[in-house]
Design a protein around this ligand. Structure first.
Ligand SMILES: [Zn+2]
Length: 378
């Protein structure tokens, strides 16, 4: 279905994954863009997640090699300490600042001295895997670069979310697992964890009774002092519940993605081996064992990143769109216009829906349905 020359009526179909949830997620961005007031007071440091074994975390330890001024939340996300303080002062908001993307889709990088040649190549391979599917351009840091990623060899995997300004550190221990490196790079590109999405309650249920710290009974396996997965700034065990916060900036586009490599596994932060995340009935049989995969790019992992960091010649079409530039954030709304303004040999990515498109088209352009059924007809 790729090269389009002349057509009268064309139907493009890909497997439909789930219901499109764009509207609720766009609404969430208003909250997400709000400024955050800082609060003096107690800083509650890092939850540290041993349950997400694939991300290489371990019990009771606080990394000391983060980007300066940052602490860990959600197992492997570096966040500014003052933002965590603000969140803890008002957990209902569950907003961790504004995500900044990388201008020109270009991400300069370098390596700390402790990253050996083999692991440098592992990181380069991970970056190449992202660039093969999206428009992100990684290149070695130049002297004039204001912002860059520094890969550091650590005993943990973690990264801040989005471009921070200046140097930001991606810590890696799992050098041998490419998708874990990709996962951490995705944080730096601006992605949160999938189950932090504002609408996650439709798709998954958090079982608070299985989260470390859910019991106050001394000696109970779910007493924070017994499971000891999360500690405060003084090293005292605390509940891990706040690793399950909703972050308004998470999951901004497309259907909820159980297959994402940005999703927690089913037993993240468990105190008793029980599931902390249950996939809701409609999707349970298919996905309960599948969430938390660290083996591949999901379709939405690929397309959401490609939307933010487009390939040359990419344009987007979405029902209800009215943009003149045809970008991911401001897509075209009409098929004929979208085809006309997609560059020669470019790709028009079409979100699910029915479009009126009868006509004659003579330039070579690629049409690609994104994550659902696209029908083009009269
Ligand atoms: Zn993560």
């Amino acid at each position: 279905m790729n090269k389009l020359c002349t057509l009268i009526s064309l139907s493009i179909t890909l497997l439909t994954q789930t219901t499109f949830a764009q509207d609720s997620r766009e609404a969430a961005t208003t909250e997400y863009m709000d400024a955050i007031a800082q609060r003096a007071g107690n800083r509650t440091l890092s939850p540290v997640d041993s349950a997400i074994a694939s991300e290489g975390m371990s019990n009771g330890l606080q990394p000391d090699d983060l980007t300066p001024g940052y602490v860990i939340v959600d197992g492997d996300i570096q966040i500014r300490a003052e933002e965590l303080e603000s969140f803890l002062a008002n957990p209902a908001r569950a907003v961790f600042g504004t995500v900044n993307y990388w201008g020109g889709s270009t991400v300069p990088y370098d390596f700390a001295a402790n990253v050996n040649a083999t692991n440098q190549q592992n990181a380069i391979n991970a970056m190449n895997a992202i660039s093969a599917l999206t428009g992100v351009v990684f290149r070695v840091r130049l002297g004039g670069d204001a912002d860059w990623i520094r890969f550091n060899a650590s005993t943990f995997n973690n990264s801040p979310v989005g471009r921070q300004g200046g140097q930001q550190i991606i810590n890696i221990v799992s050098w041998g697992t490419q998708i874990i490196i990709v996962h951490e790079i995705y944080h730096s590109l601006g992605f949160w964890h999938e189950q932090s999405a504002p609408d996650r309650g439709t798709y998954v249920t958090i079982n608070s009774g299985n989260i470390c710290g859910s019991s106050t009974v001394p000696g109970n396996p779910c007493n924070a002092a017994v499971c000891n997965l999360c500690v405060d700034g003084a090293g005292t065990p605390i509940s891990c519940a706040f690793n399950f916060n909703i972050t308004a900036g998470a999951g901004l586009w497309g259907p909820y993605d159980f297959d994402s490599f940005m999703h927690y596994g089913r037993t993240a932060f468990t105190c008793n081996g029980g599931d902390t995340i249950t996939v809701n009935p409609t999707w349970n049989a298919q996905w309960q064992s599948g969430i938390g995969q660290r083996t591949h790019f999901s379709l939405i992992d690929e397309l959401s990143c490609r939307g933010i960091y487009p390939k040359v010649g990419d344009r987007w079409l979405r029902v209800g769109g009215s943009g003149s530039g045809g970008t991911f954030f401001n897509p075209f709304g009409g098929f004929s216009t979208a085809v006309l303004f997609t560059p020669l040999n470019g790709t028009l990515l079409i979100d699910p829906g029915t479009y009126s498109g009868v006509g004659t088209y003579t330039e070579a352009k690629t049409l690609r349905a994104t994550f659902g059924t696209v029908t083009i007809g009269s």
